[in-house]
Design a protein around this ligand. Structure first.
Ligand code: S3P
Length: 175
């Protein structure tokens, strides 16, 4: 992989995309950006507010625009994405796509046991109803797999272990 290429982390809510992106950025001496953060800061609104004021459809349109912007303007970065961002067209034009894969139960269990569990659930409108979220996970798994260049099983692994695994694969590809 060329060093100018971005790395795009995809996967379900709570899979650890943001934390892995930060760790990878440090390891690879790159900068990381997050699609939700970019959308939040450009509207000066939180994701939950965007959902409740403008609706999910509008949020998806913002993701679509952002995808075009990233493909055109960003290089050499680690990009963590919102769980639905992988549905945009031309995802692989942005960079090398890595899917952080974990079962729904594993993700929810880990979120529940995390330090700021309440905050993690509160900021994600699509986790309000866990039955619906489970269905969403099920329906998205195949899409994530199809869109991914690399699939990393992240269950029972620390952020450092996941980042190390990714780095190893990327290094191998350089040879
Ligand atoms: C969403 C995931 C969230 C955020 C929004 C919608 C989704 O990001 O983009 O709440 O559709 O899966 P995280 O994956 O960072 O939680």
């Amino acid at each position: 992989m060329k060093s100018s290429h971005n790395i795009v982390l995809i996967g379900f809510m709570g899979a650890g995309k943001g934390s892995v992106a930060r760790e990878l950025a440090q390891n690879l001496d790159r900068f990381n950006v997050d699609t939700d953060d970019m959308i939040e800061s450009s509207l000066n609104m939180k994701i939950r507010e965007i959902f409740s004021e403008f609706g999910e459809t509008h949020f998806r349109a913002l993701e679509k625009n952002l995808a075009k912007f990233l493909a055109k303007n960003l290089k050499n970065a680690i990009i963590s994405t919102g769980g639905g961002f992988a549905m945009v067209k031309g995802l692989n034009k942005i960079g090398k796509v890595i899917y952080l894969k974990a079962s729904f139960d594993c993700i929810i269990e880990r979120m529940r046991n995390s330090e700021n569990a309440e905050k993690k659930f509160a900021k994600r409108p699509l986790l309000n109803d866990l039955d619906k979220a489970r269905e969403l996970h099920k329906s998205r798994e195949k899409i994530y797999e199809k869109k991914a260049d690399i699939i990393i099983n992240v269950e029972n692994k620390t952020i450092k272990q996941i980042a190390k695994e990714i780095k190893k694969i990327l290094n191998k590809e350089k040879d």
